[in-house]
Design a protein around this ligand. Structure first.
Ligand code: PEP
Ligand code: MG
Length: 574
């Protein structure tokens, strides 16, 4: 059956491929108690699922990729072994018989117990095997839910897989990077959630907020994903397929053409130079930064170094990561943000559950409340500062007292390093993010105390409009063009420009072509964005004349009617 789904567009491009459903066993299993006379049937259901899964795994040998036959065999053997391990099969059977619970619940419970045992291993390789346990149990659960099991990505590599998930955390998504799914679809999430940001970094079409995609799409369904319009076509007819194949090749051609701009200077038609910097999450993103000709890193979200791991990175590990990025950029500016953990980026084992995490102990608030963690990071950053052009950026500052406390803290760390005879750049610039409306309104103290500013529009919009950026239910209200947002942006950019303090925008707005001219018109001269968006933005800069767009930008700023604002934006971009 053909049908279309609509969600929030996150990452441009068109992908045509086959659905690869990712389930989250732990989230989706319910618990119920069976009448005694049905326990026997439940055990039979479990046995049948175990046997079907075994056959399915054994059948995967036919998909064995030639170039990695040994690894693939090892993976299959391991999964078959886990499937037959008594901790899964026998223990789950025992639990169903003993507690009269449904088989899914028993499997999930055994999986969690086994994962906990694996987590306790000292050996990193063994610890990682917990992922295999989860994958095997998810496969059994899928069989029980009536969905045929899927072959792993490595087995179907040439089929262009499209990831379909109810939700993926930013941490999980970053682990998928090497797998190269040709598109990513999720039921949950807003367009500027961190999951969406990471997806954009993969340069892969992505649509989030699809609500029921994971329920409605089946494994191996053919999909067309239009990442620009947020549309997913499921099992399309031949004509649609042909149309989208054509659009896909046109887009590819455009992408190839843009590559010619890699070394061009980003200068407007009237000769104003614009800095186009890149946002990164991990040191290995430098490859994309270079490929897209960024003239600096405007935001290194250092908190990603802290995710997906059981222990936190120590000073040495952080120092090596920061040094690698700073040296890798060969003297170009590298702005590293102190860790913005909390809210939707939690370290493993974090137990505090705030009732409203986006307003809770996050970013600089967490740094200041965990002085040992903060000190470790600052020491690593200061040490790395002698290897190139490093700047420190502090997230989510709200006003004078946090600024003073942070600067004082940095001074103390510098003092300690000096006493130990360890070198650092004493003039290392310290900047602050403008992400909270209070910060934008209390700009004076920011321009007086800090060396540079970076506007985090993702959060600034979230906090100005009281819209949770990760919640697809209110995503339609998340509006970068709301007059309140535009006035705050105009106020910060002009205030910083007047004070002679460098200001950039590093939120997703900076890489949205629809807003490039608007931001230029507001006086912005420095943008930082996902590397994948950089060349298209450069092209927009090259075709913009500031004297031409200024009057219309001012008019747009005075408008109140959303339709008029939209209309003016279209004219600005014409
Ligand atoms: C922002 O809020 O705009 C920003 C760049 O920070 P993050 O997206 O990491 O919260
Ligand atoms: Mg932010």
């Amino acid at each position: 059956m053909s049908f279309a789904l609509h969600g929030l567009p996150v990452s441009r491009g068109i992908a045509i491929g086959y659905a690869h459903l990712v389930s989250h066993a732990a989230l989706e299993v319910t618990h119920y108690v069976l009448p005694k006379h049905l326990v026997h049937e439940e055990l039979a259901r479990l046995d049948e699922a175990l046997e079907t899964t075994r056959k399915e795994l054994a059948g995967l040998r036919d998909f064995r990729p030639q170039q990695a036959a040994a690894e693939f065999d090892a993976f299959l053997d391991l999964h078959l072994m886990i499937l037959q391990d008594e901790h899964i099969s026998t223990a789950a059977r025992d639990m169903v018989a003993r507690e009269q619970c449904n088989a899914e619940w028993a499997l999930k419970t055994q999986m969690e117990a086994l994962v906990a045992q694996f987590e306790a291993f000292e050996d990193a390789y063994l610890r990682e095997r917990k992922t295999d346990v989860v994958q095997v149990v998810e496969r059994i659960l899928k069989t029980m839910s009536g969905q045929p099991g899927h072959t792993p990505p490595s087995a179907q590599h040439d089929l262009n897989l499209i990831l379909v998930a109810h939700d993926v955390s930013p941490a999980d998504l970053i682990q998928l990077k090497p797998h190269q799914f040709s598109a990513i679809l999720t039921d949950l999430g807003g367009a500027t959630s961190h999951t969406a940001i990471v997806a954009r970094g993969l340069n892969t079409p992505c649509v989030v907020g699809l609500h029921h995609a994971r329920e409605l799409i089946k494994d191996n369904d053919m999909l067309i994903v239009d990442g620009e319009h947020g549309v997913v076509l499921v099992n399309p007819d031949k004509q649609l397929l042909a149309e989208y194949k054509l659009r896909h090749s046109q887009l590819e051609l455009e992408r190839q053409k843009l590559k010619r701009l890699k070394t061009a200077h980003a200068t407007t038609m009237d000769g104003t130079h614009i800095e186009l910097h890149a946002n990164i999450e991990m040191p290995h993103d430098l490859v994309d930064v270079k490929e897209n000709g960024a003239t600096g890193i405007g935001l290194f979200r250092s908190e990603f170094l802290f995710l997906n791991r059981d222990t936190l990175p120590d000073e040495e590990e952080q120092f090596e990561a920061y040094r690698a990025v700073v040296e890798g950029m060969d003297g170009l500016p590298v702005t590293i943000r102190t860790f913005d953990l909390g809210a939707d980026k939690q370290i493993k084992g974090a137990v505090r559950v705030a009732s409203n995490p986006a307003l809770g102990l996050r970013a600089i608030r967490l740094c200041l409340s965990e002085p040992l963690l903060f000190r470790t990071q600052l020491r690593a950053l200061l040490r790395a500062s002698t290897y190139g052009n490093l700047k420190i950026l502090v997230p989510m500052l709200s006003g004078a007292s946090e600024i003073m406390q942070t600067l004082q803290f940095i001074e103390t760390v510098k003092h300690d390093l000096a006493a130990e005879g360890i070198a650092y750049n004493p003039k290392l610039p310290i900047g602050g993010m403008i992400e909270i409306p209070a910060a934008a309104l209390a700009l004076n103290v920011f321009v007086k105390k800090l060396d540079f500013l970076s506007i985090g529009t993702n959060d600034l919009i979230q906090y100005t409009l009281a819209i949770d950026r990760t919640d697809e239910e209110v995503a339609h209200l998340y509006d970068p063009l709301h007059p309140a947002v535009l006035h705050l942006l105009a106020h910060v950019i002009s205030g910083a420009n007047k004070a002679g303090v460098p200001v950039s925008v590093c939120g997703e707005m900076a890489g949205e072509l629809a807003y490039t001219r608007l931001l230029l018109g507001l006086g912005l001269r420095q943008f930082s964005m996902n590397p994948a968006q950089l060349l298209a933005t450069k092209q927009r800069v090259l075709t913009t004349s500031l004297p031409e767009i200024l009057p219309l930008t001012l008019k747009l700023l005075r408008a109140e009617d959303p339709l008029k604002i939209q209309d003016m934006l279209l004219r600005l971009n014409a």
